[in-house]
Design a protein around this ligand. Sequence first.
Ligand code: GLN
Length: 454
Amino acid sequence: EGFIANVSAATALNAFLVETPDHALAAADAADAARAAGETLKPLAGVPIGMKDLFCTNGVPTTAASRILEGFTPPYESTVSANLWKAGAGMLGKLNLDQFAMGSSNETSAFGNVISPWRRNTGDTAPLAPGGSSGGSSSAIAARLCPAATGTDTGGSIRQPAAFTGISGIKPTYGRCSRWGTIAFASSLDQAGPMARDVRDCAIMLEAMAGFDAKDATSLDLPVPAWEAGLSGDLKGKRVGIPKEYRVDAMPPEIEALWQQGIEWLKDAGAEIVEVSLPHTKYALPAYYIIAPAEASSNLARYDGVRYGLRDLPEGAGLQDMYAATRAAGFGDEVKRRIMIGTYVLSAGFYDAYFTQASKVRTLIARDFEQAWAKCDVLLTPTAPSAAFALGEKSSDPIAMYLNDVFTVPSSLAGLPAMSVPGGLDGQGLPLGLQIIGKALDEQSVLNAGLAIE
Ligand code: GLN
C-alpha cells in the first residue's frame, strides 16, 4: 500500500502511464495468505513491480508510448509478464518509455518525457533525462516508487537508463527471455531484462522472467540457471578484459577515472585484468542504426489503422488515405525517422550497400567478441560516454543522441549478456555506470562481476 500511495504521489516524474493498484494488492494478498497457511513463498511473492509499457498486459492498456496504440487493450499477456505473475509478483502500473523503445532519453514518448529524480549538486536545477528507452523504469526505481521493473534492451535501453539513475539492470543473452507479447522494435536485437536496485534483485527477477517459450521462434530451449544461488563476488581465477577500442576520442576524464576505479575493484575481488582488442567496435553504431531501423520499418508496418488502436479516417477517404492519415497522426517524429531510414536501407537499389553490408559488419563484431573470449571471461567498460544530460539538451540532434549508445550496441549486435551497475558519482553528483559484458549464456559471470563492483 505504501508503494501504491507513492506512485500516485509522484506524478511529477511522469514515470507511470497507467496505475494498476488492484493487481499489486492481489499479489500482496496472495502472499499474505500463503504466509498465513505456512506455505513456501514464491520467489517474488507480493513484490510490486513496474512493467515497461512495451509488454502486453491482459486487460490493461498497452501503448508503447505511442498515439498509434491509444485505446489498445491487449486480450493476452506477454510471456515475460505472465512468468512474473507466476513467480508471485504484482503490477503497480505500466511505465513510460521512448516511443516504441526508440530513444536514449525518454523524450520520444507521446505522453511526455519522464524526469529523473536526480539533480546536479551545482545548484543547476535543470531536470535530467532518466535515460532511455526504459526511462520510466529507471526513474521509478531510482525514486523508490517500485523495487524492480521490467525493461527491454535493443541497443542499450536497460543499461544506459540504469547508469543514468544509479541502479542496476541486465540484458540477458538474446533468446533467454521470450519476446512473445512484447511489442517488437528490432526483433533480432530485442531482449527483455530486469532493472532493480542491486545485482541480487536483478538475478531474482531474471530467473522469473527467463525461460523457453515455444511461442517465440528465437527462444532458447535451455533450463534457467539458479543465478541468485550462484552469486559470488569472489573473482579469483577470473580474467577481465579491457577492450582498448572503447577508449573513444574525447572520452570525459570522469568516465576514464570511473573505468580505472572499476578495474581496481575487480582486481581487489581477485580478478586478473587483461587488455583485449575488439577491432570492429567503431563500426557497431553505424551498423546498428541501419539494422535496427530496417527491422523496425518492417515490424511497424502492422500499424495500419485497422488492427490496433488509432484510426484516422478522413471524410470520403479510401484505404490508402486511412493508412497514411493514421500513421501520420499516430507515429512520433523519431519513429517516422526510423521508418524512413529503414525502408530506404531495405529498398531494392540500396539493400546490398546498406543492409547486407551492416549484416556483415555485425558478424565481424560478433567474431571480435569470440576472439576476446580466448583471453578473458568478461569485459569491463563504461556503460555510457556521459552522465545523465539535461532534458532537451540533445533532443534536436539525433546523431548526438545516437552517439550515447556507443558502448552498449556492440554487445547487442552480438546477442551477448551485458549489465550496468552503479560505479559512483561524477563531480556534479550524478551517477555513472560500469558495464560488464559476458559470453553467450554466461549471465552468471556477468552478475558476479557486477556484485564485486556494487
Ligand atoms: N537508444 C537506442 C535506440 O534508440 C537503443 C534503444 C533500445 O535499446 N530500445 O535505438
